[in-house]
Design a protein around this ligand. Structure first.
Ligand code: ADP
Ligand code: MG
Length: 419
């Protein structure tokens, strides 16, 4: 009887962000990371973002500007075809860099890697993955370099996955290929207790649960895309966020219980801080009871019909307040223009959030937040909270100060890596 050899490959997905593949120096680090993982016996899928940030010739935002500044009404399908070029170029150049050092590798587009999406151009969702071509390359001992952020519809049209979409590509491929881990390489040492651009003393967190990272990401900590984390959670693939430019272990994201990880962060109440820096507050007031007159419902219907997503919603008998992305102010005015209500829109605000599974059921967390902000004379425009987060609306120019005050209050700089 003929025996069929079943190869069990140890697969690792390594995703490199825009700054990692921007130039030759970055690519040298990338090649080094791949080389080291190969030496450990892994088969490697590399997923790359476009090279550099806005202004760099093949960065995604540069390509968007190229079309939109002159032809603002470009068709979404055509825009996707254009935007996908940045990652395609990046995959080819990364493959060249690997090959130049004798590493056998082959470049794939998203379509070539079998990533099938819906036809929601500019923000498509991955529907299924046919990883056979990648698997074959890996079995042949090749490094497969895949263009992130893109897929293809059943009809063969190229789509893109929205901001941060390369993270999603990497994790989805990790699940499809049953990778041991998905490594997301970026320009910071992991998920930090706050964005290091605003809190210089922020520390990398050693481990986090999928749920905590999703919450941080939804509240603005865009170091990894929340969709990617959700896919990792469903597929039970560990994700590690780490730096291309250092040897530090980064942040391991798992289902804490499953992997037996229990961790104490800082003083055990708040894990980290997140922020969204460009929001506006809508304040609606009325002499009459807004619920009885049906006005409250009318307002939310009108906003929903205009596809304006609202957050931090508070409804009282004589007032409604909520926040929207600042860029939506014109649309909000338009949507509410025929309503006989007093409407004030306050731009220039930021939403600062403290996140932590540890605050569940702990009294006094809000008091500490308010006290920390009061001490710095930071005006609080509104707050909301859940079991695992407290969010505060502050003036944008006071955002960094607010982040620092909360970071100090919850002793996040004292968080030490296990050693
Ligand atoms: P990439 O191009 O590699 O995908 P991103 O810009 O998407 O990189 O994500 C990395 C950036 O995320 C960092 O440079 C940092 O400024 C920002 N960031 C925001 N919040 C955090 C946080 N809590 N921890 C780490 N980085 C954060
Ligand atoms: Mg990113």
């Amino acid at each position: 009887m003929e025996e069929r050899e079943v190869k069990v490959l140890r697969i690792l997905v390594q995703k490199f962000g825009g700054t990692s593949v921007a130039d030759e120096n970055g690519r040298n680090h990338v090649v080094n990371k791949v080389q080291k993982a190969l030496e450990k016996g892994f088969r490697i899928v590399v997923v790359v973002s476009a090279m550099g940030r806005r202004g760099a010739p093949y960065a995604t935002d540069t390509l968007i500007d190229l079309a939109r500044k002159i032809y603002p009404s470009i068709d979404p399908r055509d825009l996707d075809l254009l935007m996908s070029c940045g990652e395609t170029i990046s995959a080819i150049i990364t493959t060249c860099a690997l090959q130049s050092l004798g590493i056998d590798s082959v470049a794939f587009t998203g379509a070539g890697a079998g990533i099938i999406t819906d036809a929601n151009y500019n923000n498509a969702r991955i529907r299924e993955i046919h990883p056979e071509a990648l698997r074959k390359a890996l079995e042949q001992g090749k490094v497969a370099v895949v263009a992130g952020f893109q897929g293809v519809t059943d009809e063969g049209n190229i789509t893109t996955l929205g901001r941060g979409g390369s993270d999603t590509t990497a994790v989805a491929l990790g699940v499809a290929l049953r990778a041991e881990e998905v490594e997301i390489y970026t320009d910071v040492d992991g998920i930090m207790t706050a964005d290091p651009r605003f809190v210089p003393g922020a520390k990398p967190l050693e481990t986090m649960t999928y749920a905590e990272v999703c919450e941080m990401a939804h509240l603005g900590a865009k170091v990894v895309h929340p969709r990617a984390v959700e896919i990792g959670m469903e597929g039970r693939v560990p994700i590690r966020i780490r730096s291309t430019f250092s040897e530090l272990p980064g942040t391991l994201i798992t289902d804490g219980q499953f992997f037996g990880v229990v961790e104490i962060h800082g003083d055990n109440v708040v894990t980290g801080l997140a922020h969204i820096s460009d929001v506006a507050q809508i304040k609606i007031t009325s002499e009459d009871d807004l619920n009885q007159t049906g006005k409250a419902l009318e307002v939310f219907r009108a906003l929903a019909d205009a596809e304006i997503s609202v957050d931090m919603i508070q409804v009282c008998p004589h007032g409604i307040s909520c926040i929207v992305e600042e860029s939506y102010i014109k649309r909000v005015r338009e949507a509410l223009r025929f309503m006989a209500l007093e409407i004030a829109i306050v731009p220039g605000l930021a939403k600062v959030s403290a996140v932590g599974a540890g605050m569940r059921g702990i009294p006094g967390v809000m008091a500490r937040v308010v006290q920390a902000l009061n001490k710095e004379k930071i005006a609080l425009h509104q707050t909301t909270d859940s079991h695992t987060n407290i969010s505060c609306l502050v003036l944008r120019e006071e955002m960094a100060k607010a982040l620092q005050a909360l970071h100090d209050e919850f002793l996040l700089a004292d968080y030490e890596l296990d050693n």
